[in-house]
Design a protein around this ligand. Structure first.
Ligand SMILES: Cc1cc2nc3c(=O)[nH]c(=O)nc-3n(C[C@H](O)[C@H](O)[C@H](O)COP(=O)(O)OP(=O)(O)OC[C@H]3O[C@@H](n4cnc5c(N)ncnc54)[C@H](O)[C@@H]3O)c2cc1C
Length: 490
């Protein structure tokens, strides 16, 4: 693939700001852990409540899902409201809609108030039915009617497909928006700073500890409590994105299809962004096939010849589709589980957390409480399949022969699975067992990473942790080039 792999287009639209790494002990009024839209939105909403705010993050700002999003700012979240009605009933479904509507309105308000140049644009949203399954659209529209979403059944000419149109949704450049917020905030930011554990309101990092009056966990997978069961309630799912200039164009709007494999389309200037082909990490797929699926749609319907960017990343979907937002412990708060709709959910979450800290009533607090019961059918189905996934993951490996530079494999040696990756200079060998709960890792040939099919952790080819739930790097097995060359098929 010739595209700029592993680099989403958003990073090329902003000027990087350099921040230091934490290298001493500090004290702060509010510690926000996580440099994505959740963390930065919380800093923004809480800036008047605390004299001193510190944000720390692994790697750099935006290197979680936020940097790889497609940033449709909308409460038209695919084919979801009918399912939500069945799972949770009208009252909670309405709260979900209102929460996300609040997020959309708040983003628009901030963009206007702070005059942030982030290509924010109001566009209509379309939920498109590929197969003209009018039954699905009718069901969704009925759910809209019951909870108060305005939607109309229309036909989209280019696809000749039926769709539900919801007016006045939006899209923006997420990194320009967040950069705009950072520039307007007076806070301390430390990058390359991983929090290893939190005890008694002290966060311990690799290079110093942070004592904080209040802590917000904005790390996508919750890193607090230090050992927790959120992996049974948060389903990791990967989505893929491709971009290019279309010769055949459609109305500038947000489009999303009803059924799996989903495809979503939006524009950024004259570039069309196609995303989707999503799957749970446990349903192991060849990423090439997923990109191919999206490109095929780009070529067939829109005459896209060159795909300039392609990337993928994972986000978490909660087992009841609703976010986990609220208090975890005395003065420790969480926001996560947005089901790939984190633009609006995160901003609404930051407002909810502000109210909780200020001890104000908030109508969303009970519905999205992090420790609410989620023992529904989806919970049992997902978790009962996990044992199978763990066993299957351990059985997948290849032979070591012919690993070219830039390539990697999972091999089996002395009954143990190892990840072997070769670059121009050396061979890297790691124990291919996830440091979270011991699942077998898969080598991702496109991203050159080791990915956990069970719970979604991701490690670099040299074993360094990219994203959790795992907290520790992989064990690196020292091996010389001479030894590596001796490794034969085993
Ligand atoms: C392909 C794709 C397309 C999407 N499109 C849309 C869309 O159109 N509209 C929409 O609303 N949503 C969309 N989403 C979802 C949205 O992007 C995410 O829900 C949102 O970005 C999550 O933001 P976050 O800040 O909670 O998490 P993240 O952006 O993942 O940030 C978490 C941060 O925490 C840091 N961190 C983790 N562990 C630690 C630790 N131990 N110590 C310190 N820091 C730590 C990470 O480094 C990271 O920076 C999409 C998602 C994907 C994958």
């Amino acid at each position: 693939m010739g595209e700029k792999m592993l680099k989403s287009m958003w990073f090329d639209t902003i000027k990087k700001i350099e921040f230091p790494k934490l290298n001493n002990d500090i004290k702060t009024n509010l510690l926000v852990i996580g440099g994505g839209i959740t963390g930065i939105s919380c800093c923004y909403e809480l800036k008047d409540l605390f004299d001193n705010i510190t944000l720390v993050t692994v790697n750099d700002l935006y290197t979680g899902a936020t940097g790889y999003t497609t940033a449709k700012v909308t409460y038209q979240h695919g084919y979801i409201y009918y399912d939500l009605m069945n799972l949770l009933g009208p009252q909670k479904t309405k709260l979900y809609y209102e929460f996300n509507k609040l997020g959309l309105e708040r983003i628009q308000e901030i963009v206007e108030k702070e005059k942030i140049d982030c290509d924010f644009k109001n566009v209509d949203g379309y939920l498109v039915s590929y197969n003209n399954e009018s039954e699905n659209l009718k069901n969704e529209l009925k759910a809209y009617d019951e909870i108060g979403i305005k939607g109309d059944m229309v036909t989209i000419d280019i696809f000749d497909k039926m769709a539900i149109k919801v007016p006045n949704q939006a899209r923006f450049n997420p990194l320009k928006y967040l950069h705009g917020l950072i520039e307007r905030l007076n806070i301390s930011i430390y990058v390359d700073t991983k929090v290893l554990k939190i005890e008694n309101n002290v966060a311990y990092t690799e290079n110093g500890k942070i004592e904080a009056d209040h802590i917000i966990i904005a790390t996508s997978y919750p890193i607090y409590p230090n050992h927790n069961l959120f992996f049974t309630k948060l389903i990791p799912s990967i989505s893929y994105v491709v971009c290019g200039k279309a010769k055949k164009n459609i109305e500038d709007a947000n489009y999303i299809s009803t059924k799996e494999p989903t495809v979503a389309i939006r524009y950024q200037d004259d570039t069309m962004i196609l995303s989707g082909a999503s799957h749970k990490t446990k349903d192991i797929k060849n990423p090439h096939d997923q990109y191919h699926f999206l490109k095929n749609i780009g070529r067939t319907y829109f005459d896209i010849e060159d795909f300039t960017y392609a990337w993928s990343t994972r986000d978490f979907i909660s087992v009841d589709y609703c976010p986990f937002v609220g208090r975890l412990d005395e003065n420790i708060y969480l926001a996560t589980g947005y089901g790939k709709w984190g633009m609006t959910n995160s901003v609404a979450s930051s407002l909810l957390i502000r109210d909780l800290i200020e001890k104000k009533d908030n109508k969303f607090a009970e519905a999205f409480r992090p420790y609410r019961s989620v023992l529904n059918k989806r919970f049992w189905k997902y978790n009962s399949q996990m044992i199978k996934t763990i066993i299957k993951s351990k059985k997948i490996y290849e032979h070591i022969s012919e690993i070219d530079a830039g390539k990697g494999k999972i091999i089996k040696f002395n009954n143990k699975r190892y990840g072997v990756y070769r670059d121009e200079k050396q061979v890297y060998v790691v124990d291919a067992t996830c440091t979270h709960l011991g699942c077998g890792l898969m080598f991702n040939k496109i991203d050159r990473t080791y990915d956990c099919p069970c719970h979604g952790s991701k490690f670099n080819f040299n074993g360094r942790l990219i994203s959790g739930p795992a907290k520790k790097d992989l064990q690196v097995i020292k091996i010389t080039n001479k030894e590596a060359n001796k490794l034969q098929d085993i």
